[in-house]
Write a protein that binds this ligand. Structure first.
Ligand code: ZN
Length: 362
């Protein structure tokens, strides 16, 4: 995607009048209607009173920093999404993929420019799970939008990242190969280039870049929220071949477990993106049921239960479609599609919201 195009997109975002995003989808017709735990290194020569005085001073400073005045937010809830980044532009544009990533993906530079613009324009990341609640009304379970209390002047932004699975067929296309972690729990990426060179970086994929950005600008994240990773399952997740057909399935599951635990501990959440990235509206009820069952048995045990369903291709189901009932019965409550503007509809048993893609379609 060309830089000037993303720059243009950002400007449009700022103006809150969004250009058509990726996906050919429309809204279904029935949619008309802290405390900071501070640990002080225990110096044996320091007296207890010194430690507590010092700790109190630090705590006060921290509390002032992290607890701005919260006010009720009544405006639009924004939800944007990205795909994996183009980590190696030379490979992506000149290698065997020959620019194939350009439609869905942005480069590292473009992603960083987006973050800068979003931050400058007072967006704040919120956890999608904090935007709704399930209440009991007259014996019925109802899903409702939740009142958001945010720092004054901030606009809530949900960010999701689709398909961070690193399909083995797309290795050497210019993306990284997998998400790894250093001994301190910081995320990095691992990539083996065609030349055989191994690249380990903390600066070429969404996860480490956003983590570092939030560390630098804590007020870009409310309550430590990062983004939601919308995962399929047919080739595993995050670059680990955890799928049933993988010969190393068990060892790959063991390898990805600490990554998932660390992601969850640092504000990242997960969503279902179907198992095989199928067309929800086109496939039969039986195939859809099978696809969902596979995700629930293969991926959900790894990432934990989620209420968020991100439709592959943004292809939303009508609430009258029996396939939608399968998703409700599996506990999904928030359904995300793709559309050119933010739109949210609160059905009694679910919430439907659109997302705007930041990609190379425009
Ligand atoms: Zn997808």
């Amino acid at each position: 995607m060309k830089l000037r195009m993303i720059g243009f997109f950002i400007i449009i975002m700022i103006g809150l009048s969004l250009l058509p995003a990726c996906g050919s989808n429309s809204i279904p017709t029935d949619a008309n209607t802290s405390s900071i735990a501070l640990t002080k290194s225990t110096d044996k020569n320091t007296s207890q009173s010194e430690v507590s005085q010092d700790s109190t001073a630090q705590t006060n400073t921290q509390v002032e920093k992290v607890q701005p005045k919260l006010v009720e937010y009544n405006g639009t809830l924004y939800h944007i999404f990205y795909h994996c980044l183009i980590a190696f532009p030379d490979v992506a544009y000149n290698g065997r993929a020959k620019g194939a990533l350009d439609t869905d993906c942005v480069t590292v530079t473009e992603f960083k420019r987006c973050l800068d613009e979003l931050y400058k324009n007072n967006y704040v990341l919120v956890d999608i799970n904090s935007t709704f609640e399930t209440v009991n009304e007259n014996g019925k379970s109802i899903v409702k939008e939740k009142k958001l209390m945010l720092p004054e002047g901030k606009k809530p932004l949900i960010m999701s990242i689709d398909d961070m699975v690193y399909d083995p067929k797309k290795l050497d296309w210019g993306m990284v190969d997998k998400i790894i972690m250093d001994e301190k729990g910081n995320f990095e990426t691992y990539t083996k280039l065609d030349s055989g060179e191994v690249v380990i970086s903390d600066d070429n994929e969404v996860i480490p870049i956003l983590d570092k950005f939030v560390k630098l600008h804590p007020d870009f994240s409310f309550d430590g929220a990062k983004a939601t990773l919308a995962l399929t399952g047919w080739v595993g997740i995050l670059g680990y071949r955890t799928n049933l057909t993988s010969p190393n399935r068990q060892s790959e599951i063991e390898a990805v477990k600490p990554i998932i635990a660390r992601l969850k501990a640092t504000g990242w959440t997960f969503a279902c993106h179907g198992f095989g990235h199928r067309h929800s509206r086109k496939i039969t009820y039986g195939l859809f049921a099978e696809d969902t069952k596979k995700w629930m048995s293969d991926v959900e045990p790894l990432v934990g239960p989620t209420s968020i369903y991100v439709y592959p291709y943004g292809e939303a189901l009508y609430t009258t479609d029996p396939k939608y009932t399968i998703l409700l019965n599996d506990g999904f409550k928030v359904f995300c599609s793709v559309y050119d503007k933010p739109y949210l509809k609160n059905f009694p048993t679910s919430i439907y919201m659109t997302r705007q893609g930041i990609d190379g379609f425009h």
